[in-house]
Design a protein. Structure first.
Length: 172
């Protein structure tokens, strides 16, 4: 009986460390992401393995997701699927296991960027704060903890006690 309990414990530990699914971001993926989060606020963060400031944002978002369990974060790596192992490593490093993750999977990245936002030309990090109505506010550059946390409190938790909590954060 002890042997069976030990085996079950090992199997559950293995499942906890399973690789996170990374979906292929292709034409139509942006619409699918927004539709899947309809009527619910979420953060969409675009990042790359080669972007230093993106890692700062991943660290911040990882901390916020750990603190606010109902916060939905969607990550889109602008790298290629061939770098999926590296992406997995970074996601683990920043405790982003609960975030929905995607990677650009179209050789014509400009088409994907345009589909996400016609006003976005590829600068990273790029973060979109979607409110419950589906309206998105874009931020280019590093996001800051205090305004991002106020946005989470105002939109995700519904505690809009501070005027700034209803606005999306600005970049540093």
């Amino acid at each position: 009986m002890k042997w069976l309990a030990a085996l079950l414990l090992c199997l559950s530990a293995t499942c906890a460390f399973a690789e996170q699914e990374i979906k292929s971001f292709v034409r139509g993926s942006q619409r699918a992401i927004v539709a899947a989060h309809q009527h619910k606020p979420f953060i969409l963060a675009l990042w790359s393995l080669d972007c230093t400031h993106c890692r700062d944002d991943l660290a911040l978002l990882g901390k916020l997701q750990a603190k606010y369990r109902t916060l939905d974060v969607v990550l889109v790596a602008t790298d290629t699927p061939s770098r999926q192992a590296e992406i997995q490593t970074v996601l683990k490093q920043y405790a982003m296991h609960r975030a929905e993750s995607w990677v650009f999977a179209d050789s014509y990245a400009e088409r994907l960027r345009f589909e996400i936002d016609a006003q976005w030309y590829g600068e990273l990090p790029r973060t979109y704060f979607f409110d419950a109505s589906g309206k998105a506010t874009a931020v280019s550059g590093k996001i800051r903890l205090k305004p991002t946390e106020l946005w989470v409190k105002g939109h995700v938790l519904g505690k809009a006690g501070d005027l700034d909590s209803t606005r999306a954060p600005e970049s540093q």
